[in-house]
Design a protein around this ligand. Sequence first.
Ligand code: AOF
Ligand code: ZN
Length: 451
Amino acid sequence: MFDAVKEFAARHRPGSAVGSPAAPAPAPAPAPAQNAAAAEVAARPAAAVVSIAGPTAAADAKHMARALALAAKGINSTHPNPRVGCVVVAGGAVVGEGWHRAAGGEHAEIAALRQAGKRAAGATLYSNLEPCSHHGRTPPCADAVIAAGIGRAVIAMYDPNPRVDGVGALRRAGVEVTVGVGARAAAQLNRGFCARFSVGRPWVTLKMAASLDGKTALADGRSQWITGPAARRDAHRLRAASSAILTGIGTVLRDDPRLTVRLGARRDGKLATGRQPLRVILDSHLSTPPRAKILRAPGNALLITTAAEAAAIGLLRGPGVEVLVCRAAGRRIDLAQVMRELAAREVNDLLVEAGPQLSGELLRQGLVDQVVVYLAPDLLGGGGAREMFDLPGLESLDDRHRLQFADLRRVGRDLRLTLDVAGGDSAGESVGAAGAAGAATVADPAQPPRN
Ligand code: AOF
Ligand code: ZN
């Protein structure tokens, strides 16, 4: 899974992540972790600068990398909570480790402090997210950190959840706090959680399988299978890490997909909670057959329509199936409203597996953050074979949708291309006005979201 974090580090130039709120963004520095730490140091008096330089910065980066690795264990299971890992270090030795497994369960800090026991007194605590200070499903971690006598806390990023001010609580209690170590990797790991709070919509990844000539199906809609078994297995990993999967009525009628996670017995793939992502169907005219697999498969489904027809809705509703009547934008469902509804349902990471029309429309409206293409080394030819995106023709090459390659790897016989829609090296010039406006780039992860 750490691919995602590596991808993030590769895509973002050092220099734009900043440390404490009082610190200006520093000039480009050698590594993101050091860079962010340097920004934090810049806000401190000269004596503190001396004490944190050199070995301390290296140790901070090392322990934060471990906290991030622990956090990543929760990639498939923490929804709707963020992925959080925590390390407690006393006298240079790790005395406690923990990670958040599932909402309602113990937070990472609590698990690490429990393991550390009395050794937490005077120790340093590393966490990739600011400890919570509110009563959610569990009591505030900041109180536990203070009660354990932690002397210093190193935090990768502030919690975008406005209810949380753990850094303030710790500082008021006299705990020394450093914010910004590993900030970029931390923001990447929780990009969906960050997007939900900062942009008010999920992080949107659009997944497609295509032939080398960019076709996703024959003219009659047949598409099983364009890519090989390894690529299809890989795609299940994307599903497993998502809060929800979105598709359109065209795909439901053509393929009757289940859109569930089926990772088999792979140890790393098992969903710790048995959770299935929410399946979301956009169906303006309520054309989904009540027996469609997408409604009946394990887990929950949300059917979004513009047709407020009680009888038809009654046929579709059932255990685990919600029908939501949404505003229309022209003759279509208002996609921006769909995104807001999903954020309200605590969807962090949304995976779109849809046909060319919905995919094209989401891209055009700037509602896509990343595109993952599984590319088969085959040609499907013309004769009406389906394209990846249904987009209007362009007047000029200047109007093209520009994406950035973020990662490229071979999966079985196929290639997996990961592309950023905005926020790459040429952020702002990538998707035109609509795209730039809707982009969920997570800027300045180490800056507090409040003021
Ligand atoms: C932490 N450590 O490991 C996590 C945090 O309902 P609760 O009690 O689980 O609280 C959920 C909120 O707590 C979540 O929205 C986020 O702000 C924070 N998550 N905080 O200190 C953790 N998972
Ligand atoms: Zn907590």
